[in-house]
Design a protein around this ligand. Structure first.
Ligand code: FES
Length: 328
């Protein structure tokens, strides 16, 4: 058994047949991650010392990053004692990942290809999660990940905002067959996209499509804490292909929040802004010394936004993201 040490001097045992991410988790230490399959790049970590072995293809790691000594902790195991330049996420440490039954309370069509599904879990076994995390839904023989679109509520209800994908097995279920009282299995909570404590004045949220769901959850958390919210300047940049996909209004939360809608499609009736969310955020002005960015949506948006915004001088440690990667 080898030992992995983090930059806080916290350490954990690591079996060479298990990914570093999983080895940490089984010992109650949570490292940054999202997809767990090598595709999103969120678990990237610099290796300061030691050797690792690949267990799964590191799809989102470039050869240049690998040459610099970066690894994906969801794809590699430790084959010697290893030191990584990353921190554990203590806010997630006590949250147990569980599989549980859930019942559909309601399904509401928000747009032609978007539904809001509300789920109820057994009152004896509520899901404890942080706003911004996601769950896996297991139904019709497949497993799909969906961000939770609400902060934890007293009634324990969970909200999902789901987009239809042509030919998607669960898309057909959600849009054609799902009905109130259907029973589903869910597993979670997963992911490390959550609001960090104290920090810069400016909080910039970037979302594409239903990537607005975890952003909504983060804004709900801020709305529940007006003193904290008042210390920040909140701005949301939300991009969609269709005008009708702007089916939720952050202003309804009662927060002082600037909202910018960006259309990437060709809708002739659209008189507001067009283009990419990160371009709009940069046009508005990003102070790299006093800004934190939370980005959720397509992998392409997150890659471009991260590159463009880090080029302005924003430290990588203040760019948090959750990429929607395909389930194939
Ligand atoms: S690449 Fe490791 S969590 Fe996504």
């Amino acid at each position: 058994m080898n030992t992995v040490t983090l930059n806080t001097h916290r350490s954990f045992d690591a079996d060479p047949t298990v990914s570093i991410l999983d080895a940490a988790r089984t010992q109650g230490i949570v490292l940054e991650y999202s997809c767990r399959t090598g595709r999103c790049g969120i678990c990237k970590a610099p290796v300061l010392a030691g050797t690792t072995e690949i267990l799964r293809h590191e799809e989102s790691l470039t050869p240049a990053e690998a040459a610099e000594g970066l690894i994906l902790t969801c794809c590699r195991s430790a084959t010697s004692n290893v030191t990584l330049d990353i921190e554990p996420l203590d806010r997630l440490a006590g949250l147990e990942i569980k599989t549980m039954a859930s019942r559909i309370v309601s399904i509401e069509r928000l747009a032609l290809d978007i539904v809001k599904v509300v789920l109820k879990t057994p009152p004896t076994s509520p899901m404890r999660f942080l706003p911004g995390q996601y769950v896996d839904v297991i139904a019709e023989g497949v497993r799909r990940s969906y961000s939770l679109a609400n902060a934890p509520r007293a009634d324990g209800l969970l909200e999902l905002i789901i987009k239809r994908y042509k030919g998607g097995t669960l898309s057909e279920y959600w849009f054609e067959r799902a009905k109130a009282n259907d029973l589903l299995r869910i597993e979670g909570p997963f992911g490390t996209f959550f609001l960090r404590e104290e920090g810069p004045t400016n909080i910039v949220f970037l979302a594409t499509g239903t990537g607005i769901a975890p952003v909504k959850a983060l804004l709900e958390e801020l709305a529940a804490n007006p003193d904290r919210a008042a210390k920040h300047r909140l701005t949301v940049f939300w991009g969609n292909r269709e005008a009708e996909s702007f089916c939720w209004d952050p202003v309804g939360l009662g927060l002082d929040v600037g909202v910018h809608h960006l259309l990437s499609g060709t809708n002739a009736n659209w008189s507001a802004a067009r283009g990419y969310v990160h371009d709009a955020a940069i046009r508005q002005g990003i102070d790299p010394d006093d800004t934190v960015v939370y980005a959720c949506g397509s992998n392409a948006m997150i890659t471009s936004a991260r590159e463009a915004i880090l080029a302005l001088g924003l430290p990588a440690k203040r760019f948090f993201s959750d990429a929607f990667v395909s389930s194939n």
